[in-house]
Design a protein around this ligand. Sequence first.
Ligand code: GLA
Length: 384
Amino acid sequence: MTNVRDFFYNHFKLKADIAVQSPGRINLIGEHTDYNNGFVLPAAINKTVQVAIAKRTDHTIQMFAVDLNEVETVSTDSLQPHAKQWVNYIIGVVAQLPKSTVAAGFSICVQGDIPIGAGLSSSAAVECAVIFALNELYQLGLYKDKMALMAQAAEHAFAGVKCGIMDMFASLFGKKDQVILLDCAYLTYQYYPLDLKEYEIVLFDTQIKHALASSEYNTRRLECEQGVRILQQTYPAIQSLRDASVAQIEECLQANEALEGTKVFNRCKYVVAEIERVQTAVIDLQLGNLKIFGEKMFATHEGLSKLYEVSCPELDLLVNLVASNENVIGARMMGGGFGGCTINIIKKTAVAEITASVRESYLSATGKFLQTYQVSTEEGTHLL
Ligand code: GLA
């Protein structure tokens, strides 16, 4: 792969000051829990984005996206959400900094191999690479947790997705061979070794991204907030679904069903169960109880599909195709949903055979070729 510095040089005819690499992420368990103040268990992966960057003096940001073969220039004086999403991932981050910080502008070149729209957080990787690079370039003295929050704010304000903190945190804080147990309420975290013994992680990519992904994502967030408001009428101390129990939800929300519909009840029930599941799953992982860990992944999928309703027929199909295979200990949809990937824990010796047979069934059911990725865990955002 041509080095990002070379791409930068060939395009801008000058040398980059700094180059940064930022990874995509997987999430073993803990889905749609981050924006509910819960726990997640992600890891950074060996699919990454690289940026090369140099200061300018003409108050413009000149951008070159290598893989899309697109260029764009915007003035640092008027940073507004842009029609091109990839531009938003860059300028959205700049807009989080005090105006004077990067007013003089910069040139930036972006490239990577994280499949776009596959739910591996390519957008977060770009945002994290940009904020990390600007922090170095201008010596801003930002800590990584602050960078994660700024990248998240960029996604909210410029990309229009009210995402949680997981993707950015995983990209910035990832470590090789480790998963991160992140407490999204306090941004405290702990690394756990990822030892899957004779098993490995394989992602099955539906090659689908349903158009409603971001609008439904934002709706789920609102439904959870609605649930919290109903719970607060009886339990004023509940600030988020992190503070609620299944019993409280049954007590307060089931009674409200006629008023609120069953949706809010189902959403909350899934989230509370999932927050609990992550905390026990991490112990299973530590103890090497992979089979029990895998069962929890299937339970998560069931909840995401039936109660949280963020799956889709293609994701359900991929999970069903492996669910009774003795060489697959866990499988579920991963990330926001409505397309993207499933994450599977498969016996190494059976990966080739399982992949081939799932690919065949997927092709005949959907007419689409299934991409698969055997990912490993890698270091988070760093200088190149
Ligand atoms: C997307 C969001 C994350 C998280 C997941 C679901 O990846 O960006 O913040 O909410 O969906 O767990």
